[in-house]
Design a protein around this ligand. Structure first.
Ligand SMILES: [Fe+2]
Ligand SMILES: [Fe+2]
Length: 270
């Protein structure tokens, strides 16, 4: 079985991005893979970038291609930076609406969102979840936000400034973190039940292990990796933008190595 995967293509990064993606997707389609995996960060800061990326994936890879995806931190944003006021202007006011529009797009382009549906092809199980678990200290972030709301000048990781801040009264980043935690547990149960390490692939956007990589701003949670490692053969993740392929606790950890306008994919044969 031939798997092709990529991540961090970040549509909207520059004026050249769109053209680069056309060539990149054409090349990817020529691989004729049995499965295509996209490990998040398709967009930079707008939902229209996410939408057009999904549309192009389907158009270029063809109507019969199996495509699955997890979302990255950038895929939850819909905001542009206002240089005059020096702050982010958030376009999508309802985070819930943003999520439901994305679900419609997944259906429209028949793209499998791994957080909702894991897939089995032949005897292989592919599971995944989006993950926002990098912000491990939700309390600290709530404190930042409170201070900021009171008019204090505080540094908040920039991703948070670009998010629609509330969903039904719940702070969006708390929701993202809680969802990541519960989705992790669901995934852990699924791979435990499947119980075939050699035939299990996990896909996440952020790394689920601690790293000193300075490009990974959102530190992973080592406890998550250690809990799930006994049940998975391979972890495919994005976010880092570094080209990684190494062994950790008997798991092959691999990234595509895509970095903004330099998209790359890798081929895995199982
Ligand atoms: Fe990225
Ligand atoms: Fe990312």
């Amino acid at each position: 079985m031939k798997i092709v995967f990529t991540s961090d293509t970040h549509r909207g990064f520059s004026e050249k991005t769109y053209k680069i993606h056309q060539l990149f997707l054409q090349k990817m389609s020529e691989e004729n893979a049995d499965l295509y995996i996209i490990a998040g960060d398709l967009a930079v800061n707008r939902q229209k970038q996410f939408y057009s990326s999904l549309k192009d994936l389907r158009n270029f890879l063809g109507k019969n291609a199996k495509i699955c995806i997890v979302r990255g931190n950038h895929d939850f944003q819909d905001a542009t930076f206002n240089h005059h006021f020096g702050e982010w202007n958030i376009h999508q006011k309802s985070f819930k609406a943003l999520l439901s529009r994305q679900n419609e797009w997944f259906e429209q382009f028949e793209i499998i969102h791994l957080q909702k549906n894991s897939i089995k092809i032949d005897d292989l199980l592919i599971v995944g979840f989006d993950g926002w678990y990098g912000f491990t200290k939700g309390e600290t972030l709530s404190l930042y936000q409170e201070l900021k709301e009171k008019g204090n000048k505080v540094f908040i990781p920039s991703d948070l400034d670009r998010l629609t801040p509330f969903m039904d009264g719940v702070k969006t980043y708390d929701w993202l973190k809680d969802t990541a935690d519960s989705e992790f547990l669901r995934t852990l149960n699924e791979v435990k039940n499947f119980n075939n390490k050699e035939k299990t692939i996990l896909v996440t956007h952020m790394p689920i292990y601690h790293t000193d990589d300075k490009y990974i701003l959102h530190d992973g949670d080592i406890t998550k990796f250690n809990k799930i490692a006994p049940y998975i053969n391979t972890l495919i993740h994005g976010h880092s933008h570094l080209d990684l392929d190494f062994n950790k606790n008997d798991v092959r950890v691999i990234t595509s190595g895509s970095d903004y306008d330099k998209p790359k994919y890798k081929v895995l044969n199982f």
